[in-house]
Design a protein around this ligand. Structure first.
Ligand code: PBG
Length: 331
């Protein structure tokens, strides 16, 4: 500031001017989350008659097949972009047979939801074995306990075909096996499913924030996923993973989790020319819900600020357990 400006009564350049009224702030807002960008992840559990609460995710439930249909209808009415389906089978085995069985819970749920909402919503499915294996890993495990990348790819291809046969619009390979996008793309194309798109969980990190999700899907996992999910120290590697997935035919690439990886969201957004998604995961949800329940933070503004930050970092699409509620708040 020059002496001259001061004598005339203070700074000439005053950013606060544009913050004077709500209308002015609205006028110059740089970014805005819209309901169409939000995807609601939903859990459906085989054999349930009534939806069942998930204690670590207040407000989120394991759905019955009927309550899932109702949730999907509501999501469509609210103008959401899509739903991401996770299935919880009654029985698990070492190879995750329930994942490829046409009568498996995820496959019947996809068909249920598509029959219910048609094309009003993008129906997405989690393409991974961890909910279906008794050891809880995302892939097949060798006798000496390693997760077998290439043997797993063959099962992912089959799983993609099962989801496509059930009518899914978009599959979400989330197991972090090398080559998973290419293998699923080839299998879909080979069976005439060129229109089924792929949302690739590209930069998926081994995260402590998945805790509540493990309850949500009754996970059987012992140990961790650090030989396939990424190390949280690495951002450049996340960009590399996203570029590889684009090369293999990913239609959308995703970064997960979102909040502890906003730098990765931005770097991936700058590096690719396909839409970028981010997954606002269970632990991120639980932290806000828990603090709000204590009265330590104001819940609704915290939700909108959270989603806004993910969008501002560069996410075109956000998967969030708050999707339906946020759509109401944003109306
Ligand atoms: C794995 C999968 C996970 C989540 C979605 N898909 C967790 C994991 O790797 O254990 C986490 C989602 C969340 O925490 O909300 N198929």
């Amino acid at each position: 500031m020059t002496e001259h400006e001061m004598t005339l009564g203070g700074p000439v350049v005053r950013p606060r001017r544009l913050r004077t009224t709500p209308a002015l702030r609205r006028l110059v807002a740089e970014t805005e989350v819209r309901p169409r960008q939000l995807v609601l992840p939903v859990f459906v559990r085989e054999g349930l008659a009534e939806p069942q609460p998930i204690s670590s995710m207040p407000g989120v439930v394991q759905h019955s097949r009927d309550s899932l249909k109702a949730a999907a209808t509501q999501a469509a009415e609210l103008g959401l972009g899509g739903v991401m389906l996770f299935g919880i089978p009654e029985t698990k085995d070492p190879v995750g047979s329930g994942a490829v069985d046409p009568d498996g819970i995820l496959n019947v749920a996809i068909a249920d939801v598509v029959a219910e909402v048609g094309d009003a919503l993008t129906v997405m499915s989690d393409l991974c074995l961890d909910e279906f294996t008794d050891h809880g890993h995302c892939g097949l495990v060798t006798p000496d306990g390693r997760v077998d990348n290439d043997a797993t790819l063959a099962v992912y291809a089959e799983m993609g075909l099962a989801h496509a046969a059930a009518g899914v619009h978009m599959v979400g390979p989330s197991g972090m096996m090398d080559g998973q996008v290419g293998v699923v793309r080839a299998a879909l194309d080979g069976a005439g499913h060129q229109d089924v798109s792929i949302l690739a969980y590209s930069a998926k990190y081994a995260s402590a924030f998945y805790g509540p999700f493990r309850e949500a899907v009754d996970s059987s996992l012992q140990g961790d996923r650090r030989t396939y999910q990424q190390d949280s120290a690495n951002a450049r590697e996340g960009v590399r993973e996203a570029l590889l997935d684009v090369e293999q035919g990913a239609d959308i690439v995703m970064v997960k989790p979102a909040l502890a990886y906003l730098d990765v969201v931005r770097r991936v957004r700058d590096a690719v020319d396909v839409p970028v998604a981010a997954y606002n995961i269970s632990g991120e949800y639980a932290m806000v819900e828990a603090a709000a329940a204590q009265g330590w933070i104001e819940r609704e503004p915290a939700i909108l600020e959270t989603l806004g930050s993910i969008h501002r970092a560069g996410a075109d699409v956000i998967l969030t357990y708050w999707a339906s509620e946020a759509a109401r708040l944003l109306r």
